[in-house]
Design a protein around this ligand. Structure first.
Ligand SMILES: Cc1cc2nc3c(=O)[nH]c(=O)nc-3n(C[C@H](O)[C@H](O)[C@H](O)COP(=O)(O)OP(=O)(O)OC[C@H]3O[C@@H](n4cnc5c(N)ncnc54)[C@H](O)[C@@H]3O)c2cc1C
Length: 499
């Protein structure tokens, strides 16, 4: 990277108002040199091919625009351990932990003028001899795991999009094609291998370090660096699913279908994401329904209310495997965009989806008036059921599916190809979520759940507060045991911190 581009990057950081931005200090450079002395070529600097490749591999543009002073690329847990020990001897540095780099939140997995630990080389995938678990390095993409297991008729509870990373997805919860049946991805972790702030490498599972085991299921990067996830393997035949796209004229029928689906009895085999989309480049609205039914039968009457909506612009419904579905969903994602995700959660009523949809269209029309190329998407989906009684718990505040099934998880994502629009994307998402929650609090509109899904939350949201006061107290006690000097609260600044 040239000095000119470094300067350009610096001005972008300023323009982005990145909460993680700090001025490069001699201590950060000194710390990079200390790491280089110990780890040699694992430490890379601006201008090198490895540095540029790491920075350009973030999914969203805003995360590419905050250059770290150096990037460290460990290849094994013991290297991560030694790196953490070295970092603890540096003062006044900011460190970021990065796996797949899919967080849209600036600074969550990249450290502006700091040190980013790029964990993508922790990418082993090893099946246990008993066939019950697979050990997956945090640096993999989910698609790598699916490709390995699909041919064996096996799978794991991972992301619905091929190139999403393992570490952020599972430490924030993780919603999968299989979640209506198997819960959050994190509930299907048998063991976490974790590097603590002391550099110690420990296992957290139902028998060892139980408090840590629970805290890592929704606790993001507050407790340690997870280097490996041992995941329960699920047996799965190919199953039914795909996407149906309908034009704006079908929106009312789509909203009716999703309302009925949420009001009907819980069916753990159905997974649906209903997404209303506006594409500025085409000046058109449409709906994309991702529909999945965990059965290899092609006669799926349970989803007739969606599949019978006409006219259809396209349909990819078929029987297929996880890698194929995850590739298809990936192909539908806007790329090379500045993006803000934001979320809320609320109980369904017979009218509230339509009211929110009207708000979203107004918001989108206003955004498109300023950013003609914008993409705006609003997705309705479900919250996975909690672990069954007696199974290890996660941090989320739900006891049984009768609490989660009536809830709708809303994700709004707004996009622009231009950096200058980033502040407007933030403001738009914030005003939209505020307007939705105000609307929902009106009598008869169902109210708002305090729970916000961490992996969809904007940087201005506070998903940990939705776990509840008792759980937060427990998280703080766990952090005091495993990270007494608060390394993950103070040195690792990106992410949602325990307040
Ligand atoms: C295109 C796309 C598709 C998506 N699809 C889904 C989906 O199907 N289901 C779903 O639930 N979510 C989905 N998400 C959201 C996704 O779960 C989050 O963005 C998640 O954070 C991505 O994980 P990552 O490892 O790629 O992220 P990163 O950006 O690398 O990390 C995100 C956060 O996790 C922390 N972190 C990462 N690795 C570790 C680790 N090993 N130890 C400790 N902390 C760590 C980072 O410090 C950071 O704060 C999607 C996002 C995108 C952009």
């Amino acid at each position: 990277m040239t000095h000119l581009s470094t300067l350009l990057f610096s001005s972008l950081v300023f323009a982005l108002g990145a909460q993680a931005a700090t001025t490069t200090t001699t201590t950060t450079i000194g710390c990079c040199r200390l790491l280089e002395d110990a780890f040699g070529s694992l430490v890379v600097y601006p201008d090198s091919a490895q540095y540029n490749s790491s920075v350009s591999s973030y999914f969203f543009l805003e995360q590419r625009q905050i250059p770290p002073t150096c990037i460290v690329q460990p290849t094994a847990a013991n290297e991560v351990s030694n790196i953490v020990k070295t970092l603890s001897s540096c003062s006044d540095v900011e460190v970021a932990i990065r796996s797949g780099g899919h967080s849209p939140n600036v600074g969550f997995s990249n450290a502006s003028n700091g040190i980013t630990l790029d964990l993508r080389s922790l990418n082993s995938i090893v099946l246990a001899a008993d066939g019950k678990t697979v050990s997956v390095g945090t640096g993999n993409q989910w698609g790598d795991v699916y490709q390995k297991l699909d041919s064996l008729g096996k799978t794991v509870v991972g992301a619905r999009v091929f190139d999403v990373g393992i570490g952020g997805f599972l430490s924030g919860g993780g919603i999968s094609f299989f979640s209506p049946r198997d819960g959050f991805g994190c509930d299907n972790v048998q063991n976490f291998q974790v590097v603590l702030a002391s550099g110690a490498i420990v296992n957290a599972n139902a028998q060892e370090n139980q408090l840590l085991f629970k805290a890592l299921k929704g606790g993001q990067n507050n407790f340690g660096i997870i280097t490996r996830f041992d995941l329960f393997i699920k047996t799965t035949a190919k199953f039914w699913g795909g996407a149906i796209v309908t034009p704006e004229s079908a929106d009312a029928a789509q909203l009716d279908a999703f309302t009925k689906f949420k009001q009907a009895a819980y069916n753990p085999l159905i997974e649906i994401e209903q997404t209303f989309v506006y594409y500025g480049s085409q000046k058109s609205y449409f709906v994309s329904n991702n529909l999945f039914y965990l059965s290899s039968s092609s006669n799926i009457s349970a989803l007739d209310s969606f599949t019978s909506i006409t006219p259809q612009l396209s349909s990819t419904l078929r029987i297929s495997d996880v890698a194929s579905f995850a590739s298809e969903v990936e192909a539908g994602q806007p790329i090379n965009q500045y993006t803000v995700y934001a979320t809320t959660t609320f109980p369904i009523t017979s009218t509230n989806l339509k009211l929110i949809y009207t708000l979203w269209k107004t918001t989108t029309d206003q955004l498109a008036a300023t950013i003609p190329e914008t993409i705006s998407a609003m997705t309705y989906q479900s919250i996975p059921p909690p672990p069954t009684e007696g199974a290890p718990k996660n941090l989320f505040p739900f006891k049984d599916p009768s609490q989660t099934h009536p809830l709708v998880l809303l994700l709004i994502s707004v996009y622009s190809p231009y950096e200058k629009d980033y502040a407007l994307l933030q403001q738009t998402s914030k005003e939209f979520i505020t307007a939705v929650e105000t609307l929902l609090k009106e009598p008869g509109n169902g109210g708002v759940s305090p729970y916000k899904y961490l992996n969809y939350a904007a940087s201005w949201q506070d998903p940990i507060s939705g776990y509840g006061a008792v759980t937060i107290k427990e998280m703080k006690s766990t952090a005091a045991i495993y990270d007494p000097k608060a390394f993950f609260q103070t040195v690792v600044k990106g992410g949602y911190k325990l307040k």
